[in-house]
Design a protein around this ligand. Structure first.
Ligand SMILES: Cc1ncc(COP(=O)(O)O)c(C=O)c1O
Length: 388
């Protein structure tokens, strides 16, 4: 600041040392917190205002679109949102009064609740159906169906749907097929390769990966639709904060290796549970006996870190929760630590009264990155201690 002498202390505090070129040879991009940007002349600047664009958010939005297979990801980037639910609501804005939407029965409780309570109030018909029943799905689709919504694997029952098959039926109508990719991430399934039109993520889960950031993201294939969703993102305003964008971008760097280890651990845990006399049924796409294993082989690069199971009647459930040491009884998923929960009373409690309620006694595990021997031993001890 050559002219610093004529500036007062407050001005100096604001204007000294504001250098934007990398000054230290940073290997990693910095976190940009500024909410506004300097114009060269009025109305001319690459960045304009923090809600519209932000370099930290944009880096994440471009990287995610690239991973999902968007070729011109610099222009047709993803939309980073404040939460997974704001990503859901961004897409739901596409359904106008008089339209209808069809949703797989087995989806995240918040999504069920949002569509059945809020979207229905907007004079949009909302139908839930099991997308495995292609005939039933077909009977619900018509010229007014704006969205067909799928989770594969589904939360919490781990149902898998053949995306290609579903997309063929859905695309007989002017309907957009939406896939919630939260459980899988692009390191497991890239839904655009299977005919999906819009992908959404709760980045709170695997993409963030450490249970310390809330966020969501939307990626779409069609350039015109991209323009519409960009308007909704920018003017709706539920954007992801710069700090969350920084964290989820950091999450993307290690997402591949984490998914690999989450999947290896979940697979071994599922095999242990499958053999246990205390378990009625295990639901994990990687198990050869799993009803949808063939679909998993076709559209998943890894089988993922999520699984669910039913205890046998000889297990005291309350004692079981208390006996676990490494499995933390908590909602959410996709973090480095193992979490366990009862969806009916926890993640899906607000869907209890709807058509898409979770099974009352299904237990869900988000397998973390602990040593698998420790996770299996902890489970084994808890099951034995909880024996009636
Ligand atoms: C599959 C799925 N989709 C969407 C959401 C909503 O995401 P968020 O909690 O980040 O709003 C969740 C949250 O658990 C989820 O599991």
């Amino acid at each position: 600041m050559g002219k610093s002498k004529k500036y007062g202390m407050n001005t100096k505090a604001l204007h000294a040392n504001k250098r934007f070129e990398p000054i230290s040879g940073d290997v990693m991009p910095p976190l940009h917190l500024s909410t506004t940007y300097i114009n060269d002349v009025p109305g001319e600047s690459e960045y304009f205002y923090g809600r519209i664009n932000n370099p930290t958010r944009e880096l994440f939005e471009r990287t995610l679109a690239y991973l999902e297979g968007i070729e011109n990801y610099e222009e047709q980037h993803a939309f980073a949102m404040a939460s997974g639910m704001s990503a859901v609501s961004l897409i739901a804005e596409l359904a106008k009064p008089g339209d209808n939407v069809v949703i797989t029965k087995d989806v995240y409780g918040g999504t069920t609740n949002y569509f059945s309570k809020i979207i229905r109030e907007r004079n949009v018909e909302v139908n839930f159906c099991d997308f495995e029943d292609i005939e039933k799905l077909d009977s619900l689709l018509n010229e007014k169906t704006k969205l067909a919504w799928i989770e594969s694997p589904s939360n919490p029952s781990m149902n898998l749907y053949d995306l290609q098959k579903v997309s063929e039926v859905v695309h007989n109508y002017p309907t957009l097929l939406v896939a919630d990719g939260t459980f899988s991430t692009p390191f497991i399934t890239r839904p655009f390769e299977h005919g999906v039109d819009i992908i959404m993520h709760s980045t709170t889960k695997y993409i963030g990966g450490h249970s310390d950031t809330l966020g969501g993201a939307v990626v779409c294939k069609d350039p015109e639709l991209h323009e519409t969703l960009m308007l909704y993102q920018r003017q709706g305003g539920a954007i992801m904060s710069p700090f969350d964008s920084y964290l989820v971008q950091r999450g993307l760097y290690s997402l591949g290796p984490r998914i690999k280890l989450h999947s290896e651990n979940a697979h071994q845990l599922a095999e242990y549970l499958e053999k246990s006399e205390h378990i009625k049924e295990v639901r994990y796409p990687g198990l050869k006996n799993f009803q949808n294993h063939e679909i998993a082989e076709k559209q998943m690069d890894y089988f993922g870190g999520m699984l669910s199971f039913y205890l046998n009647e000889n297990i005291d459930q309350e004692k079981f929760w208390q006996s676990l040491e490494l499995y933390k009884l908590a909602v959410s998923l996709g973090g480095v630590e193992t979490l366990i929960e009862l969806p009916y009373l926890m993640t899906h409690d607000n869907a209890q009264e709807t058509e898409a309620s979770a099974p009352i006694d299904l237990i869900r595990v988000s397998t973390g990155l602990e040593n698998i021997e420790d996770l299996i031993e902890d489970m084994d001890t808890a099951l034995n201690e909880a024996k009636k």
